[in-house]
Ligand binder design. Structure first.
Ligand code: OGA
Ligand code: ZN
Length: 376
């Protein structure tokens, strides 16, 4: 017998061995559940009179055929498709590229703006952003539109605490440190938002000052190393939420974040660090006995020379990076020594991945092995 009915579903023989499928799952995912035009599910399992029960099932060629009790309905499932779904395997995802963790010897991938209008160029760039979390685009025009056009190659600009766009230069009456010439310690942007922005663009329009070097590190690499050395401190920073704020005359943003952000598989997907936007820690003082040493140990760990890439961003370049994974900062500069102007905006990480999946399909690629894409 290649099919065996059970109380809750059925077992079917597949090329890699027998696999079990639950009856609710089978009924809900009958191919007829999905609208051919919109591709959305149009079947409503909750509208059935009772729970779905399998009346009979058999294999017919390369399909599993199921008849349902109390329904005039037969389902036909492709066996290859069932094999791909067996054992709770997630749907194949071109964007599920393992992070290529990097350290201080990293050379960022560079792309020329002119090469990004074609699908293949855009796909390679999106892949670099998913894999490395950072890439530099060269050859941008000195205009506001150049930044919008670049961001729109991957997604829609999404507003933040600073509006849709922000201009990093010395402001009169600054509302945050980035609008001064002071050092900006290593941070991720706008942790006082419920969901801090995903992908950040910083378009360098002018940089003729003394100082102002860019400081970047891979927070996922640093935190994974930290986990190996100090597992208890890591655990605290990955579970306890800390308060962040951004407050001035006309606004008062607050949110709680975990300093270390984990993905569904438990790997580090990002950090939330910003000493200039960390609120007064309000955890119970006896928890702070453990939390503060862990926090300080981790913040010092990030400053180790093992992780930091220090460089000068030049006019016409735009650095694009994952605002959760990549920690960034800036050295102080001398405001009188020239001009420095970075214009920034954000898109969401989900949109980056959506664009990548679509381009991957359009360009007919087969999944490259992680770490095999090199700078063009
Ligand atoms: C910021 C920032 C970087 C820079 O404004 O949040 O990180 O180089 N600026 O000025
Ligand atoms: Zn920043």
């Amino acid at each position: 017998m290649s099919v065996t009915l059970t109380d809750t579903g059925l077992r079917v023989a597949l090329p890699d061995g027998e696999a079990y499928f639950n009856a609710f799952w089978l009924r809900d995912n009958c191919p007829s559940s999905f609208d051919a035009e919109t591709r959305e599910r149009v079947f409503d399992i909750c509208a059935l009179d009772g729970d779905p029960v399998i009346a009979a099932a058999h294999v017919d060629g390369d399909a599993l055929v199921v008849d349902w009790q109390g329904e005039d309905h037969q389902s036909r499932y492709d066996l290859d498709w069932l094999a791909r779904c067996a054992n709770g395997a997630p749907r194949p995802d071109a964007a599920a590229i393992p992070r290529a963790l990097w350290r201080s010897d990293k050379v960022f991938q560079r792309f020329n703006r002119a090469d990004l209008d074609c699908d293949q160029g855009r796909c390679d760039w999106a892949r670099a952003l998913i894999e490395d979390g950072v890439a530099i685009v060269e050859g941008l025009a000195d205009s506001d539109a150049a930044l919008t056009d670049l961001a729109n190659l991957l997604g829609e600009v999404r507003p933040s605490v600073a509006g849709s766009y922000f201009d990093v230069r010395v402001h009169i009456d600054p509302v945050n440190l980035s609008y001064t010439a002071a050092e900006l310690e290593l941070h991720t942007d706008t942790p006082a938002e419920e969901t801090p922005p995903g992908v950040q663009f910083l378009h360098c329009r002018a940089n003729s000052v003394d100082g102002g070097d860019s400081l970047f590190l891979d927070g996922a690499a640093a935190a994974e190393d930290f986990r190996n050395e100090y597992p208890e401190a890591f655990e605290l920073l990955a579970t306890v939420t800390a308060p962040f704020y951004y407050e001035h005359d006309a606004f008062d943003w607050r949110a709680r974040q975990r300093v270390i952000e984990l993905d569904a598989g438990g790997a580090v997907s990002g950090l939330t660090v910003s000493q200039h936007m960390a609120d007064v820690f309000d955890m119970p003082q006896d928890l702070l006995d453990r939390y503060y040493p862990a926090f300080v140990r981790f913040m010092r760990w990030l400053r180790r020379s093992d992780y930091l890439v220090r460089f000068r961003l030049n006019a016409g370049e735009c650095i694009v990076f994952d605002n959760h994974r990549i920690v960034h900062g800036r050295a102080a500069y001398s405001a009188d020594s020239g001009h420095r102007h970075l214009r920034g905006c954000y898109i969401d990480r989900g949109e980056l991945r959506s664009t990548y999946r679509t381009l991957f399909r359009k360009t007919g690629q087969t999944a490259p092995k992680p770490g095999t894409i090199r700078a063009p």
